[in-house]
Design a protein around this ligand. Structure first.
Ligand code: 26V
Length: 791
């Protein structure tokens, strides 16, 4: 490929060579799978998502194609270090966190379980920002991941579509009385597809992730522009390319709503075009039968404009009546909710939707009218609730309500989360449509998150119970027989130790901090959010620091607190927390009284690749959200699968982890979600009392207020004021005591190595339930009604 001899080749050259070889194998199977779908015409599922956080692909494509081991051996033989070659790939950050990574795990499981399922998303030119710490503060650098050629994508210009935005809609009556909608002065954008293969695990199935890129439409006139228009055109092109320009790094802020809507409509319009074209070309039946062949899962409300867009196509382009179109549409869409945080529930101002997608606004308005009427007429018991159920209310369009009304299925992502949707957040809708609501507890692909990233552990498992667990992860429970088997537990220990050593090396290389490899690796890795309570974690660290300063001989098990987290660029408080953790680190790590017992490490730029380094080395998994707030969590599952014990609240999937492993094998603490809700209702929580009555809390808060940490005076007094003036809405002070006590139990438990290892093994043994293969199986039979591809 590069007309170089092996001795002159670089890791990068090898990365491209190995990718090309892998692609040869993949392409053959990709074509076969496509032909199969065209001929057999199975019902297909399309997973629409604004985010796909796929991670690096070379290693997982090799693994899934069955060439990983031979490639590792060959590279080594040729004098290359495989890890260095794989590291050449730029990790595409096309997602924010849990929601985007879930979509990627689902694609892996769909292909592996031979389901005809494909992803549609956006090929952002800039993914999630690169995080650097300067002076302990987060700064954001653009992530131009396409700088070098990306070997996994194929551009398909012959399958590009024109998408129209804005303009005016004219309603005309045809002679036969039907209506025609004509558009004037619209902005046209070309949706250019880039296909990425999704490789099933050693089964020759290759599905597709199609990512759309926005390009200017080149008209004949434009091509022969005169000079005076040149700059105008450049600007216009630039604004079009903006549509797939950046991933919104925000899961909270209000900025850039217009562009965000444009992105959403762009994804939805292009994807539906493709889905309907394929249906027409392959199935060749009336679109009346569309629901028999197509099901569309919308990943949160972000792609929910697909509902009015399909209505538009069916009515305006295909000539179906409203009633027929609605019947078809509501049999095609299924909606997954991923959060109940009100800040994250999408609501768009009417005027914005009206100006960007005028025809869709008309349709949404009609959906709303008919929906409200049907409540009034058919469900008198809900009449008083119409205002809180209406799709359009208070000048805004409520996308979650639109998604519920327009879908046949609404699912939550863990048992508690679904329960909360049914009984609180969406209780009126649950009364109206009880059979739409269902739970699908999240999962993770054990291939990437165990087999690939922790090969030593995977090998130990296979040596112990045989390799069948790889295909049937539930069989990991066979490990339970070894829960007291000391020789096995010692091997487990040794592996954890080796993984910790590797991470320690990485930490030293990247931060200069030397950590104790024997210490407890206490890990919290996730987006920075108040509800996730990184602040509670660092308060515990400060508490330990204060204790050790009082009594340097205090007998505590040495710990390394490891953090990884990005804050949304506009989330001021989250950024203060980052600065606080970094500041505490800079004090603790160099204080001779404590540095042998405590270390605090905040690793920069947390992303999929970094998660792959940290997770195999974790001893303790921090899952400490305010109960009721974390829909599921998926990092909790990844760490459990790699033998970490969880310290956590009864929230999200932690509850399901606890129910499997049992109380002795998990550290649960804190308020339960019912108690949290009760406090919100009765207003009886008084953060001030905890501030005044718990000396440990008083001390910490005063240290923040008085500038004990940080040299620029009272840097963290904002945190002090914020907690007290908002009455601590996430119950950090309330849960502090229980958290500290439970951490003491962790400290004690770690001292009895054998017992700890046994708990670790029990966690691994029960983690098979959290394979996304199980989740996908449940979606396939419970929602999608699709069949496996039989070879
Ligand atoms: C909202 C927005 C709003 C505007 C800008 C961009 C943006 C991006 C994401 C979101 C919603 C994020 C919702 C989310 O990620 N939820 C997480 O989903 C995981 C997978 O189901 C779940 O494990 C986590 O508990 C949940 O927080």
């Amino acid at each position: 490929m590069f007309s170089k001899s092996m001795t002159d080749a670089s890791n990068r050259d090898l990365y491209y060579v190995v990718s090309a070889i892998t692609n040869e194998e993949i392409n053959k199977n990709w074509l076969r799978s496509e032909k199969y779908y065209q001929k057999q015409k199975p019902k297909q599922v399309y997973y629409l998502s604004m985010e796909f956080l796929i991670g690096r692909l070379l290693e997982s494509n090799l693994l899934n194609s069955g060439m990983w081991e031979v490639c590792n051996k060959t590279l080594t033989k040729l004098g290359f270090e495989p890890a260095r070659v794989y590291k050449e790939e730029h990790d595409p950050g096309l997602g924010n966190g849990g929601l985007g990574r879930l979509a990627a795990c689902f694609l892996d499981s769909m292909a592996t379980m031979q389901y005809p399922g494909h992803g549609y998303g956006i090929r952002y030119r800039y993914g999630m920002f690169e995080q650097r710490f300067i002076n302990g503060y987060q700064t954001e650098l653009p992530d131009y991941w396409l700088k070098d050629p990306y070997p996994w994508e194929t551009r398909k210009p012959e399958e590009a579509f024109e998408i129209e935005f804005g303009g005016k809609v004219h309603m005309l009556k045809r002679d036969d009385g039907t209506l025609e909608f004509k558009y004037e002065d619209t902005d046209k954008v070309l949706a250019m597809p880039y296909d990425v293969p999704v490789v099933g695990y050693q089964n020759k199935v290759v599905n597709t992730l199609r990512l759309w890129s926005a390009e200017p439409v080149m008209t004949g006139e434009e091509k022969q522009h005169d000079e005076s228009q040149y700059y105008q055109q450049l600007e216009h092109h630039h604004s079009i390319e903006q549509i797939s320009g950046i991933l919104y790094p925000d899961d909270s802020s209000e900025e850039g709503k217009r562009l965000r809507i444009k992105q959403q409509y762009f994804l939805v319009a292009a994807s539906l075009r493709k889905i309907i074209n394929d249906y027409k070309a392959n199935v060749r039946q009336s679109l009346l039968h569309l629901p028999e062949k197509v099901v569309i899962q919308i990943n949160d409300t972000h792609p929910s404009l697909a509902i009015p867009e399909l209505m538009r196509i069916l009515m305006d382009e295909e000539g179906f009546s409203w009633e027929k179109s609605w019947e078809i549409t509501t049999k095609v869409f299924a909606y997954t909710n991923h959060t109940i945080l009100s800040e994250a529930l999408e609501k768009w101002p009417i005027a914005m939707i009206q100006s960007l997608v005028p025809r869709l606004y008309m349709i949404i308005d009609e959906i709303n009218e008919r929906f409200c009427q049907s409540i009034w007429l058919d469900h008198p018991a809900l009449r008083d609730n119409i205002h809180e159920m209406a799709v359009i209310a208070d000048g805004q369009i409520h996308m979650a309500r639109l998604a519920i009304v327009g879908s046949f299925s609404v699912n939550g992502v863990a048992k508690l989360h679904t329960q909360i949707l049914k009984t609180q957040e969406m209780k009126n809708f649950y009364t109206l449509y009880p059979s739409k609501f269902n739970n699908k507890t999240n999962g993770i692909t054990h291939r990437r998150w165990l087999l690939m990233t922790n090969p030593r552990l995977a090998t130990l498992i296979s040596d112990t119970i045989g390799p069948r667990w790889v295909h049937r992860p539930r069989e990991l429970t066979h490990l339970l027989r070894y829960a007291k088997d000391r020789p096995l537990l010692d091997k487990l220990d040794q592996i954890k130790q080796e993984n910790k050593k590797e991470l320690a090396h990485y930490i030293h290389q990247t931060t200069g901090i030397k950590v104790d490899e024997q210490s407890i690796f206490d890990v919290q890795i996730k987006r920075l959010h108040e509800y996730k309570r990184q602040l509670l974690n660092i308060f515990h660290v400060i508490y330990l620091y204060n204790e050790l300063k009082e009594n340097p001989h205090l007998d505590i098990t040495p710990r390394t607190f490891i953090f990884g987290a990005k804050a949304a660029p506009s989330y001021y408080f989250a950024k203060e927390v980052i600065k606080l953790i970094n500041t505490v680190a800079s004090i603790v790590n160099y204080d001779p009284d404590v540095k042998h017992k405590l270390k605090v490490v905040f690793l920069e730029n947390y992303n999929v690749s970094l998660a792959e380094k940290i997770i195999p080395a974790a001893d303790l998994s921090e899952q400490i959200s305010t109960a009721g707030k974390e829909a599921s969590g998926t990092g909790n599952m990844k760490m459990m699968m790699n033998g970490a014990l969880t310290i956590g609240t009864l929230d999200g999937a932690n509850i399901e982890i606890k129910n499997l492993v049992g109380d002795p094998n998990i550290f649960i603490f804190g308020l339960r979600s019912e108690e949290v809700f009760e406090y919100y209702q009765n207003g009886e929580y008084k953060a001030n009392e905890f501030y005044q009555n718990d000396e440990r809390i008083t001390q910490i808060l005063h240290q923040l207020r008085d500038g004990h940490f940080g040299h620029q005076g009272a840097e963290f007094k904002d945190i002090y004021y914020h907690i007290l003036s908002t009455n601590d809405p996430y119950f950090i002070l309330k849960d502090f005591e229980a958290y500290v006590e439970t951490q003491q139990l962790v400290d004690q438990a770690y001292r009895t190595k054998g017992k700890w290892l046994s708990k670790s093994l029990v966690n691994i043994a029960h983690s098979g339930k959290f394979s996304s293969d199980r989740t996908i199986q449940e979606y396939a039979t419970g929602i999608w009604k699709i069949n496996q591809y039989k070879t």
